[in-house]
Ligand binder design. Structure first.
Ligand code: SAM
Ligand code: SF4
Length: 327
C-alpha cells in the first residue's frame, strides 16, 4: 500500500485524530447538554470497528489519538478499547477527555491499559458552582479522580475549564493557585456557540484575551506549540509546577495551525468541529480487506476541508452540541 500522509489542499498535515466513543453523557453541562442526552443511546461503533479505524488511521500517519465523547468512561468496554488503541502501531500518544465521574476508580486501570494523557473537564473548584454548571453533585469524586490521575503516573494531566461569564470567570485566581504545587495544566476554553446554545452563548461568552494579558503581566511566559499539540496557547511560571493555557477559537488565525481530524461515535469523519455534514466511514470498517477503500475515502473527504471555521460570522456549522462531535 502507498505510504501517504494526510495533508489538505492548504498544506496542513494531520497527525492527530479525535475519536468520539459515544454521544451519551451522564452530566448536563449547561452549555452542552442542558437537558441531558436526548438521542438514541445505542448504535455506536463497536470495539472491532474502533480497532480497525485506529489501525487504518495510524497507517495514514496519525500519531496522536484522543478518545472523547459524550462521556467515554460510560462505555463498558473502555479498557479494551484503550488496550487495542495502545497496541496500534504508530500511535505515540493516546489521550482521553473525560468528565472524570469515575476516574477515581479508573485512573490506574486506564494507565495500565496504555493511556498516556488525560484531559479532565472541571468548570469550577467550588462544589455548588460545579453542580449548578454540570447538573451533577459529584464534585468531590471528580476532585478525587484528578488526584488519582496524578498518582497513576500519567504523562500529562490537564484540566479543561470553559469560561462562563458570571459563573466561573471569578475563579481564575483559584485555578492558578490550584496549579502552584500540582503538575497540571489548566486550560481556559472560550465558550463556543453551537446550534443549541445561542442564547446561553450571548449571555455567558467571555474572551480569554484579557486574562492571558494579566498573566503575562504577572510573569507567566508563553510556550511554543509542538507538532501534534492541540490548539491551546500555554503559559508557565517558575513559581508554579503547573501551567495555564487558553483555547481561543474566536481569535484570528486559530485555524491556520489546524492539525486535527474528528470521527463521530457512529463513524462519521468530520473535517471541522464547526463544519457541515460527516463523511461516513463505517461501511468501510467491516473487514480488514477494505483498508484501501477506506484510505481513498478519507483522502477524497480531506480534499474538501475548508481553510477555517466561520464562527465570527455566526456560522457554527451543523453542530448541535459538542457531545455529538467530541469536543
Ligand atoms: N464528556 C467529556 C468531558 O466533558 O470532558 C468529553 C466530551 S466534552 C464535549 C469535551 C470538552 O468540550 C469538555 O471539556 C467541555 O467542557 C467542552 N465543551 C463542550 N461544549 C462546549 C462549548 N459549547 N464551548 C466550549 N467548550 C465546550
Ligand atoms: Fe457531558 Fe462533556 Fe457535554 Fe458536560 S461537556 S455535558 S460532561 S459531554
Amino acid at each position: 500500500m502507498r505510504d501517504e500522509s494526510l495533508e489538505d489542499q492548504f498544506g496542513r498535515r494531520f497527525a492527530y485524530l479525535r475519536l468520539s466513543l459515544t454521544d451519551v453523557c451522564n452530566f448536563r453541562c449547561e452549555y452542552c447538554l442542558p437537558d441531558g442526552y436526548q438521542g438514541t443511546p445505542h448504535g455506536f461503533l463497536s470495539r472491532e470497528e474502533i480497532g480497525r479505524l485506529i489501525r487504518h488511521f495510524s497507517r495514514l500517519g496519525i500519531r496522536k489519538l484522543r478518545l472523547t465523547g459524550g462521556e467515554p468512561l460510560i462505555r463498558r468496554d473502555i479498557l479494551d478499547i484503550v488496550r487495542d488503541a495502545a497496541g496500534a502501531p504508530g500511535i505515540e500518544t493516546l489521550a482521553m477527555t473525560t468528565n472524570a465521574y469515575r476516574l477515581s476508580d479508573m485512573a490506574g486501570p486506564l494507565r495500565e491499559a496504555g493511556l498516556n494523557t488525560l484531559n479532565i473537564s472541571l468548570d469550577s473548584l467550588d462544589p455548588e458552582n460545579f453542580a449548578r454548571i454540570t447538573g451533577d453533585q459529584r464534585h468531590a469524586r471528580v476532585m478525587e479522580g484528578i488526584e488519582a490521575a496524578l498518582a497513576a503516573g500519567f504523562e500529562r494531566v490537564k484540566i479543561n475549564s470553559v469560561l462562563l461569564r458570571g459563573l466561573n470567570d471569578g475563579e481564575v485566581a483559584d485555578f492558578v493557585e490550584y496549579v502552584r504545587h500540582r503538575p497540571i495544566t489548566v486550560r481556559f476554553i472560550e465558550l463556543m456557540q453551537t446550534a443549541n446554545n445561542g442564547e446561553y452563548f450571548d449571555k455567558r461568552h467571555v474572551r480569554a484575551r484579557d486574562i492571558a494579558q494579566q498573566l503575562e503581566a504577572q510573569g507567566w511566559q508563553r510556550q511554543q506549540r509542538g507538532g501534534t499539540d492541540g490548539p491551546a496557547i500555554e503559559f508557565s511560571h517558575s513559581d508554579y509546577l503547573g501551567r495555564i493555557g487558553f483555547i481561543t477559537p474566536y481569535a484570528a488565525g486559530f485555524c491556520d495551525g489546524c492539525n486535527r481530524l474528528r470521527v463521530t461515535a457512529r463513524g462519521g469523519l468530520r473535517l471541522c468541529l464547526f463544519g457541515t455534514g460527516t463523511h461516513d466511514l463505517r461501511p468501510l470498517l467491516q473487514n480488514d480487506q477494505q483498508e484501501a477503500a477506506f484510505r481513498e475515502s478519507v483522502f477524497a473527504a480531506l480534499f474538501h476541508k475548508q481553510a477555517g471555521h466561520r464562527l465570527n460570522e455566526g456560522d457554527y456549522g451543523d453542530t448541535p452540541h459538542l457531545a455529538m462531535t467530541g469536543g
